[in-house]
Design a protein around this ligand. Structure first.
Ligand SMILES: [Zn+2]
Ligand SMILES: [Zn+2]
Length: 496
């Protein structure tokens, strides 16, 4: 891969002439980056697709190519991309429905707004994966029809389709009103009973790991039940009995449903599998009593999920922050806190509460300044990237808490450049953070990039990609070949 040219191709300050030049020399990698440019014009996209045929699909998805630019008999994949974007070309759909490649027919089946004649053709396709893909995206009437398909794989897809009518989904779960499925992917290929090895060594095998069939297509039926449980269109009455199902995956899927009755919630809160309780803890519809009960759960994943719950009470959240590794992030409940709640958290005697609110990036100045003087390093670390902190405050934070906060202080957008130089020289992690900041694309990152690249593979593109690299400067770097010298592994350099 041509790192420097890929970096240049992504530079938003690149002139139109330079983009034209890159198009004229583009390979696959450069074309991928160029196709993602926000300013790529239609007049540039057409020659790029001509030069690198593989880029036509991406350009079509990015909306850079029009229907008139693509011949479906020459570029069927680009035509499929345009159909997928909703470009209406019935004649293309008819042509591609007869494509000898099953993969293309499968992708066609997922396209919106297909003519009914094409839908009929795909419904009768000899490749069951094409029919299953059609079932996954079909309209209500087609999905209802396909629910009675003799192949279990097609029924599994119907169960995951949100357009499928509720009565059809209920029928799939109970089996009432539907003839039994006759085949599945397993018994299509293997003599039953058969259990597919989870570590199957065959390179040409695409059966899912652990797939099995003893004549009842059980792994496909299990997947169908899971798809229906996760489908909000499935009525709760049709799935509530899964609260006691032996499959942990099915109970987990049930625990994420937003229409779960309180009684079922209470049963799932006592589930022996921590994964089920964790999924319940993340369910936004559980009530306060259940939240408080789950806050005492012995499993850290359950408590972590609960901490990200949008309605968790603040006292519970503070307790969770004390006992659970939540990560350096602004939690949804804290992001939505009212001004009085922000004040309450910021003045709490508990450092865990102050740390939670310190992750906020829109604090009133007096609260921000008070937290900047906090005696606890984890509170200061959480606050360090808050905009509006003065140089004196940032220096005081770094002086008081040292390496515990330095890397975060360096990510503050208001930290003066001379601070970065000092901190980068004393702390490697700090230097790595500051080099990624906007506004540091000048002298300092360029000097230290060679030092890091030697052992950490910090590539060039992040530096060259920066908008502060003027296009003329980037061109100069490329054309003079200076980048080659800088790409050579060198001894770590000293920062100023
Ligand atoms: Zn296999
Ligand atoms: Zn089977």
């Amino acid at each position: 891969m041509h790192h420097i040219l890929c970096g240049l191709a992504a530079n938003p300050a690149l002139s139109s002439e330079s983009v034209d030049w890159l198009i004229s020399i583009a390979d696959d990698d450069i074309a991928t980056v160029l196709a993602g440019r926000a300013d790529l014009s239609h007049a540039q996209a057409v020659p790029l697709a001509e030069r690198v045929h593989e880029s036509a699909v991406q350009l079509a998805y990015e909306g850079r190519l029009l229907g008139a630019d693509v011949d479906p008999s020459v570029r069927p994949d680009a035509a499929l991309a345009l159909l997928d974007r909703g470009v209406c070309r019935p004649q293309w759909a008819r042509l591609l429905a007869a494509d000898p490649a099953g993969e293309r027919r499968e992708r066609l089946a997922a396209c919106p707004g297909l003519p009914s004649a094409v839908v009929d053709t795909l419904e009768a396709d000899p490749d069951v994966r094409v029919v299953a893909e059609l079932a996954l995206w079909a309209t209500a009437d087609v999905a209802s029809r396909l629910a009675a398909h003799p192949h279990a794989e097609v029924r599994r897809a119907v169960a995951g389709n949100e357009a499928t009518p509720a009565a059809t989904l209920s029928g799939l779960m109970t089996g009432e009103g539907l003839p039994a499925a006759r085949r599945c992917l397993v018994c299509d290929r293997e003599k039953t009973p058969f259990v597919h090895d989870r570590q199957c060594p065959r390179l040409d095998c695409d059966l899912p790991p652990g797939a099995s069939c003893d004549g009842s297509h059980e792994s496909t039926v299990h997947d169908m039940q899971q798809a229906a449980l996760r489908n909000p269109a499935t009525p709760i009455e049709a799935v509530i009995s899964f609260v006691d199902h032996p499959s942990m995956l099915l109970r987990s899927a049930l625990a994420t449903r937003q229409d779960l009755p309180q009684q079922a919630c209470a049963r799932l809160a006592a589930d022996p599998a921590p994964g089920v309780r964790a999924d319940l803890a993340g369910n936004p519809t559980i009530d306060d009593a259940l939240i408080r009960a789950l806050a005492g759960d012995r499993d850290p994943d359950v408590r972590r999920k609960l901490a990200h719950h949008p309605r968790v009470p603040l006292d519970v959240l503070t307790r969770l922050a004390r006992t659970t590794k939540i990560g350096a992030t602004l939690l949804p409940r804290v992001a939505a806190a009212r001004p009085a709640e922000v004040e309450e958290l910021a003045t709490s005697p508990d450092p865990a509460a102050r740390m939670l609110v310190a992750h906020h990036r829109d604090l009133p100045p007096q609260i921000r300044d008070r937290l900047a003087d906090d005696p606890d390093a984890k509170v200061v670390k959480a606050l360090a990237a808050h905009p509006g902190l003065t140089e004196a405050q940032l220096r005081a934070m770094a002086d008081r808490h040292g390496v515990r906060v330095l890397a975060k202080v360096a990510t503050n957008p208001d930290a003066p450049r001379r601070c970065w130089r000092t901190w980068s020289g004393t702390n490697r992690q700090c230097g790595r953070c500051s080099v990624r900041l906007p506004g540091t694309a000048g002298q300092q990152p360029r000097r230290c990039s060679s030092a890091w690249r030697t052992d950490e593979q910090d590539p060039w593109p992040p530096t060259t990609r920066h908008s502060r690299h003027r296009s003329s400067q980037s061109c100069w770097l490329t054309r003079t070949g200076r980048w080659r010298r800088q790409q050579r592994p060198t001894r770590p350099c000293r920062l100023p």
